[in-house]
Design a protein around this ligand. Structure first.
Ligand SMILES: Cc1cc2nc3c(=O)[nH]c(=O)nc-3n(C[C@H](O)[C@H](O)[C@H](O)COP(=O)(O)OP(=O)(O)OC[C@H]3O[C@@H](n4cnc5c(N)ncnc54)[C@H](O)[C@@H]3O)c2cc1C
Length: 416
């Protein structure tokens, strides 16, 4: 029997396993899918972003959501349906998107992601894991003067939170990316942001866990719980009961479903996104970028270049919306004239379901109704960025080590 059973082998479950092992615990990771199948953690944009201290639930997002319902190519979409979970999630999202709430979340998001960035450096240098970490910053590129002013206005808040922000002229953006034609009104550079290769990261974490004696069981689905009073005795799985001393729920967008029957409440919706990877791009970026008005993320990964975007709140539906993918492709030449739609023709489209909490903060920590059950889920757009710090926070909770002050903002009981 291992010390820790982790449900979910995406980037969060694997990071939890890695950091728990560092703290001296033995681990088993259960994932219902085979290793080659793709989770949300595979095809994402791989950005590590202390710059993203404004949560998804922010002023203006509700208006954008309502406007986008009429546009089948818009990057943000909530499919209206009579689902009580969706209605209550939307209400909580609305409450969290006030200026006061969104500003209150910023310190926890910035501090935790700065810590996570430092832990990534440690994984790469001290532990020798190779996942293509590039510490070259992130460009936020703006097509319009209005968007540019909005980005520049973040500077005082960024400075207060210890996140460097530098204005970026179109000439400076082009100089940072030789050979790439960039058209924009300007942008900002967040020099502390980084990017990495998600498939390499997953492979490196899996190898590290196995090297340290951990177990990763693929094709094992958690179907229920054997819990009595305030303790979990075992998880019921497609391969029989599995028991350990402690349990961590890290099942991404499926966490609410996987926790059914337990006395916990994790209001979450899946936020579907798409990516297309060009193996031989016509020109290669050196620094990753977000195309602000288009809400498209662009990341160089070795010789290839990945474009990701859209946030469709359409339940656990995994179908691909060709119109919204076309929306991504059509928005790109406005910023990068070399990446015309024909460059993307016939390229495979990947999709993933981001596990979205209503307030844009993850659920990380011990559930108060159970002595041996913890949550590590709900990271929305920041699962890669926050994976190492999530692992560290869970390891601290398991061993009784002191937690940073921001850990309280991630309580998994905040909607109980
Ligand atoms: C287009 C796009 C771009 C993105 N870009 C970025 C980025 O640049 N930076 C960033 O930080 N984040 C980014 N994200 C978000 C990031 O990908 C997610 O936050 C992250 O992958 C979530 O990881 P996870 O481990 O919680 O979930 P997942 O990766 O979904 O893993 C959950 C795992 O749990 C397993 N599982 C589910 N139910 C069960 C069960 N009952 N039993 C056993 N196993 C189960 C699943 O098989 C799955 O493997 C992006 C997302 C998208 C869609």
């Amino acid at each position: 029997m291992h010390d820790l059973i982790i449900i979910g082998g995406g980037v969060i479950g694997l990071s939890v396993a890695c950091f728990a092992q560092r703290a001296g615990l033995s681990v088993t990771v259960l994932d219902r899918n085979p290793p080659e199948s793709e989770s949300c953690s595979t095809g994402n944009a791989g950005m590590v972003v202390p710059s993203h201290f404004v949560p998804l639930a922010a002023p203006g997002m509700i208006g954008m959501g309502l406007r986008s319902m009429l546009n089948p190519e818009s990057p943000f979409y909530i499919r209206p349906r009579l689902d009580p979970d969706l209605i209550s999630w939307c209400w909580r999202f609305f409450q969290a998107s006030s200026r006061a709430r969104s500003e209150a979340s910023a310190p926890a998001l910035a501090a935790s992601q700065l810590d996570s960035r430092a832990l990534y450096e440690q994984l790469a240098t001290r532990d020798g894991l190779d996942f293509g970490l590039q510490k070259r910053g992130l460009m936020m590129l703006c097509a319009s003067e209005e968007a540019l002013q909005h980005e520049l206005a973040l500077k005082p808040a960024a400075a207060r939170l210890g996140v460097a922000l530098e204005p970026l002229t179109p000439e400076q953006a082009r100089a940072l990316n030789p050979g790439v034609d960039i058209t924009c009104a300007g942008g900002v550079l967040f020099p502390l942001d980084c990017f990495l290769s998600p498939p390499q990261l997953l492979a490196a974490l899996r190898a590290a866990i196995l090297r340290s004696g951990g177990e990763i069981r693929h094709g094992v689905e958690v179907t229920g719980w054997d819990a009595s009073g305030d303790a979990v005795r075992a998880v019921k799985t497609s391969a029989g009961d599995v028991s350990g001393a402690q349990y961590v729920l890290a099942a991404g967008s499926w966490s609410p479903r996987a926790s059914s029957g337990l006395r916990v409440r994790l209001p979450m919706q899946a936020g579907k996104g798409y990516s297309i990877t060009l193996e031989q791009p016509p020109a290669q970026l050196s620094v990753c970028a977000i195309l602000v008005e288009a809400r498209v993320a662009v990341t160089p990964m070795g010789a290839s270049l990945r474009f990701g975007g859209t946030m469709e709140v359409t339940g656990l539906d995994e179908s691909v919306s060709a119109r919204r993918v076309a929306g991504i492709v059509k928005s790109i030449p406005r910023f990068f004239p070399q990446y015309t739609p024909n460059v993307f023709a016939d390229k495979p489209v990947w999709h993933g379901l981001r596990p979205c909490s209503p307030d844009g903060l993850p659920f990380v920590g011990r559930f108060r109704n159970y002595t041996n059950l913890l949550a590590a889920t709900g990271h929305s757009m920041l699962g890669v960025s926050m994976a190492p710090v999530t692992g560290q926070l869970i390891a601290n909770a398991l061993t009784g080590a002191p937690q940073p002050a921001y850990a309280a903002a991630f309580s998994p009981d905040r909607y109980l």
